[in-house]
Write a protein that binds this ligand. Sequence first.
Ligand code: MIG
Length: 685
Amino acid sequence: MSRIRRFSMGNPINTEAVLKKLPENKGEIPYFKRIQKMEVEKFSADSQGTMVQRDYLSYSMSPKDKIYGLGENVRGIDKRGWVYESNCTDDPNHTEGKHSLYGAHNFFVIDGRETFGVFLDDPGRLTLDFGYTKMDEIRITPEEWNLDLYILEGDTILEIVREFRKLIGRSYIPPRWAFGYGQSRWGYQSEADIRAVVKGYRENQIPLDAVYLDIDYMEEFKDFTVDQERFPDFSAFVEEMKQEHIHLVPIIDAGVKIEEGYQVYEEGVEQDYFCKDQEGKDFAGAVWPGKVHFPDVLNGNARKWFGSKYQFLLDQGIEGFWNDMNEPAIFYSEKNLEQVMKKIKSMKYKNMDMWEVFAFRDLVNGLANNPEDYKSFYHKINGKPVRHDKVHNLYGFGMTRAAGEAFEEMEPQKRILMFSRASYIGMHRYGGVWMGDNQSWWSHLLLNLKMLPSLNMCGFLYTGADLGGFGDDVTEDLLLRWLALGIFTPLMRNHSALGTREQECYRFTQTETFRNLIGIRYGLMPYLYSEYMKAALRDEMLFSPLAFVYPKDTHAREVEDQLLLGESIMIAPVYTQNANGRYVYLPEPMKLVRMKSVEEIETEVLEKGHYHVEVSLEEIVFFIRPGKIVPYTKSGQFMEENEYQEKDLKFLHFAEGRAEYEWYQDDGYGKDYENPAHYKKLWVN
Ligand code: MIG
């Protein structure tokens, strides 16, 4: 029996986050009280201001309450004690003081005195104050009261999450090769650069399945073009790479360059497929290529058109993409830049005091991703104009959906890799997300771990962070530790920014360690792939906080740096610089597995309790739960080499008597997911 109730307020926009609309519940909203509040809003420092209604929903927390969810966000697994904003944001500084990252994932579960889930289906801005204004109060303040509020009840957190996931539909499933290891970097300029990367990996026998193409492959940053000079015969190059078992994965940006004669631009203008400004002209912002228009991916026809453009790359043998800058990020708008330039001109010969210097700086710094710009352009949704800020959080979803829907038509039998930077719940049906521009900081390794379960709660299973860190300079030990987490994440990709230290594994000294560690990823594939598929097909968590699985264990409820992965494993990565190991809590007896490679494995049975476990840079440590099995196999240099059948499996297991495992295995490329022949019971006595 489903225990989900939908409460509708105002005139909600249908976001299509939810697949089947539940009948509206006309009763009182349980758990929350609506508090009426008027606030003075000033539009400039010297204005009198106007009174605006800032009503909020209030829930009073008990001291023991914890809050889980919010998908991709800053701070802990327990989100209590901070104020978050639902507002897809292009911000490369993922520090604790921020309120949002690239996604808007308004689903959370409160667990303590009462246990229930909340989903706020609202594509506009929303403030989620989880004990910030008052430590014991949750305050939910939508900017506008046009939303659907869902209250979900169940006997356990896991049950509530499962109910929610059923409501929003099955998570995206990538092709099997996309579970292989990938190398990326902003700055690979040409065929030669990419050949050198592949050579570096193959010569050192470090496994590799994909190389990502960042904006550098395009002709002047124009979507759906390839630079002719640097990639003179792109199809032939894609084929050459396939011969090496490497998939090239190009990036697609949201903005379409304004340029006469550029076909995508011309078509978009002609067919009215771009977002409009107040005067009804195509809205002009700027991103990489300079001035761009934004395809109106919230308009069905425009979305279809934009999706069809991916064909250009599919035709050349491409089988995967990443969608970027789709918050959408705007460096500046044409109009705002004009105003700012005028003001700056007027300051030209001024003797600026402190305030004027601040104002001057704010003018320039305020150009990018300016909230006023988001209020200055329009979508056409079901024939009606809708101002962008009211549906801001749907843009990345729309862009990725454009691609996903097009793939269904162009390649109905084939899985295409797709992940996005910006997202809203619902997008998880069309693609995964990567965690955006992290930094090569130890604290971000831990932050990335914490995002895994909250993303899973919101349906995003295919995810991972830029291993080694995107911004700043990595060190060899940090990369090794980050890979030791990345081995377990569905998307396992090393990516870094232009200008930072090069961080391809073969550039460091411990080549053999990199080979072995990444090799373990391939060796564990029988387990990792099977767990991914089961989680997707059954709407389950892939990574769970300990609190979800051991809800009565007060120690387990506090753990913020260990996760359960699927039915058999607990992971506890090292995330501290210079540490030779770490403290681990075992909520039940477990078998510690220590792997230097898939051939070199030691195990040890430990009782429930607290331990300090040594973990050197050269090994992976994880834990097996009682009665459970982890099937594994030999390693491989790439996924096709790593193919295995039941007879090729070896087992790690922890049991006094019988241990069992439900193994899922399919061809990894087709879409015959539900076939019962894919499931097998494995057991050891
Ligand atoms: O603002 O394409 O998050 O992965 O390398 C930078 C260049 C734009 C941001 C992405 C990052 C990518 C970069 N992009």
